[in-house]
Ligand binder design. Structure first.
Ligand SMILES: [Zn+2]
Length: 468
C-alpha cells in the first residue's frame, strides 16, 4: 500500500491547525479593505494614506505590504465591489497569493462575511496527502472557527478519498475508511456483502461481481434513537470504472478513480451534519463496487432482476452507476425517509450540458428546488436544476425486460439516467445530483483533482428543509 486509508480525525486536526492560535502570537496583520467604503476611520494612519493615494490600480483586488526594519509587519488587501458577494473566492485568491505564514485578519466584515473569507482561505490550504504545508489565519469569531473546521474537514476528507488511486481505494479500502469514520463518531455501521448482496441486491451484485474485491453496501446511522426526521443520503461508490465489457476509451478511463466521488461527497456531507449536530436522523448508504472486466463481467444484452422487482436489460455495461443506485434507492425507501438525496458521478451528458463546475440536480418538488436555488449561489457552491422530463421515459423501453439501463438515442443522457433512477424510488422528496467531483485545473477554492461540489449548499438546504 502506498496510501493508507484516510482518517477523518487527521483532517479535523489539520483544519483546526489552520485557524489555531500561534505560539508567541507572532502574526502579520492582514488588513482586508472594501474599496467601496467611504470612510476607513479605525485604521492606522499609514494604511489610510495608502488607500487615499489610489495606489491600488487593479480592477479587482490588490495586495500591498508595509515594512518596518525590512520586515513586513502588515499586509493590505483592498478589493473592489465585485468581490462583495464572492468573499469565498476572494479568500482563496488572497491565500494563494501570500507566502505561508501566520496572519491575523483585521477587517470590518460581518460575522457571516468573515466566515466566507476564511472558508475560501481554508479551501486553498488543501494539498493531496500533505498536512504540514499551510497558512494560519487568525479570526475573531469562535463559532465561525467551529463551523469552518466542520466544513473544511468534510471537504478535505472527501477530496482525499477521490484523489487516492484505486490501487489503494478499492471496495475493501472504502469499506475500511467508512468503518473508521463511523467509529470516530461512535456510530454503528453495517456492511452487506457476499451472498447477502447476491440474494438481496441483484443489480449491485451484477455490476461488482467481476472484481476480486466483491460488491458491498455500506450503511451507517446517526441519531437513531430520536424523533427527528429521517434523511437518507446515498453516494455512488464505483471505485474504478473501466466501463466493463463496453470498455471506455483511454481518455475517458484515465480519471475513473473518481467514480466514487458520490460516496466521497456523502461522507463529506455526513461529517458536516454530524459535527454541527443537525437535528435529523441520518442514514448514509454507499454501494461500493469495481466495474471490472473478467469472466464474470456482466454482458451487453444481459437481463437482471432488481431489488424493486423490475427486470433490467443491460444496454451498456458502462451505465453501471445507475444500476447500483437503483437497488440502493429501493432499499432506502423501506425506511420511509422524509428526504432522500443521492450524489453520483453519473453521466458525461451532465457535463456536456453544464460543464465541470455545475452539478446537475433533479427533483420533482418545485418547493425543494426553490430553496436550493436561493441558497446555492450565495454559498458560491452552485447546483443547476435539470428536468425529469417524462416524455423521454419511452427511450428506456426494452423488448425483453421492464426497462433498459440506457436510452436508445444519444440526447439528454443525464435526464434519461435520472428517469431510470426514478423508477426505483417512491420517496416523494427525492433529489438526484449528477456531479463531476473533479477539477481539471485549479481555480479559487478548488485544487486540481478530486473535488467536492454542491455539498456545502445541500448542508444549508437541509437546515432550511427541517425548519419547514
Ligand atoms: Zn460507467
Amino acid at each position: 500500500m502506498v496510501f493508507n486509508e484516510p482518517s477523518i480525525k487527521s483532517f479535523i486536526s489539520f483544519s483546526e491547525n489552520i485557524f489555531s492560535e500561534v505560539k508567541n502570537k507572532n502574526y502579520t496583520e492582514l488588513y482586508l479593505i472594501d474599496n467601496s467604503l467611504k470612510t476607513h476611520s479605525n485604521l492606522p494612519k499609514e494604511i489610510i494614506s495608502i488607500i487615499d493615494s489610489n495606489e491600488f490600480i487593479s480592477k479587482y483586488f490588490d495586495i500591498k505590504y508595509l515594512y518596518r526594519r525590512n520586515k513586513a509587519y502588515a499586509t493590505i488587501v483592498i478589493y473592489n465591489k465585485c468581490y462583495k458577494h464572492r468573499l469565498i473566492e476572494l479568500g482563496s485568491l488572497v491565500a494563494s497569493k501570500l507566502d505561508n505564514g501566520n496572519w491575523r485578519l483585521n477587517s470590518s466584515l460581518k460575522s457571516n462575511e468573515e466566515f466566507n473569507f476564511a472558508l475560501g482561505w481554508g479551501l486553498n490550504q488543501y494539498k493531496f496527502n500533505l498536512f504540514n504545508n499551510f497558512s494560519h489565519l487568525n479570526i475573531k469569531n469562535k463559532k465561525n472557527k467551529r463551523e469552518l473546521v466542520s466544513t473544511l474537514s468534510g471537504v478535505f476528507y472527501g477530496k482525499e478519498l477521490i484523489n487516492i488511486p484505486s490501487s489503494d481505494m478499492g471496495p475493501e479500502s472504502l469499506e475500511k475508511t467508512f468503518i473508521d469514520f463511523a467509529e470516530y463518531y461512535g456510530l454503528i455501521s453495517e456492511i452487506t456483502k457476499g451472498d447477502n448482496i447476491k440474494n438481496n441486491f441483484p443489480l449491485i451484485y451484477a455490476v461488482g461481481k467481476a472484481s476480486t474485491q466483491g460488491p458491498r453496501l455500506l450503511e451507517m446511522n446517526y441519531n437513531v434513537d430520536t424523533n427527528y426526521p429521517l434523511i437518507t443520503i446515498v453516494g455512488k461508490g464505483v471505485c474504478f470504472d473501466t466501463g466493463g465489457l463496453n470498455l471506455k476509451p483511454s481518455q475517458y478511463m484515465r480519471n475513473m478513480k473518481k467514480d466514487m466521488g458520490g460516496a466521497a461527497s456523502v461522507l463529506s456531507l455526513a461529517n458536516i451534519i454530524i459535527r454541527n449536530k443537525l437535528k435529523i436522523k441520518l442514514k448514509v448508504l454507499i454501494p461500493a463496487v469495481d466495474n471490472d472486466i473478467g469472466s464474470k463481467s456482466m454482458r451487453p444484452g444481459d437481463v437482471y432482476n432488481s431489488r424493486a422487482g423490475l427486470k433490467v436489460e443491460i444496454g451498456n455495461t458502462d451505465a453501471e452507476g445507475r444500476l447500483i443506485l437503483a437497488d440502493t434507492l429501493t432499499y432506502a425507501d423501506k425506511f420511509k425517509p422524509a428526504l432522500l438525496i443521492d450524489f453520483a458521478t453519473l453521466t458525461g451528458a451532465a457535463r456536456v450540458a453544464l460543464g465541470p463546475d455545475l452539478p446537475a440536480y433533479f427533483t420533482s418538488s418545485d418547493k425543494i428546488a426553490n430553496i436550493i436555488n436561493n441558497i446555492c449561489l450565495k454559498q458560491e457552491d452552485p447546483l443547476w436544476r435539470l428536468p425529469l422530463w417524462n416524455n423521454y421515459n419511452k427511450w428506456l423501453n426494452s423488448d425483453v425486460a421492464d426497462t433498459n439501463n440506457i436510452s436508445k438515442g444519444s440526447f439528454a443522457g443525464s435526464i434519461t439516467a435520472a428517469l431510470f433512477l426514478k423508477k426505483f424510488t417512491n420517496t416523494k422528496n427525492w433529489i438526484h445530483i449528477d456531479t463531476y467531483a473533479w477539477s481539471d485545473s485549479s481555480r479559487p477554492g478548488h485544487s486540481i483533482g478530486g473535488d467536492i461540489l454542491g455539498v456545502r449548499s445541500i448542508y444549508k438546504f437541509l437546515k432550511e428543509f427541517i425548519k419547514k
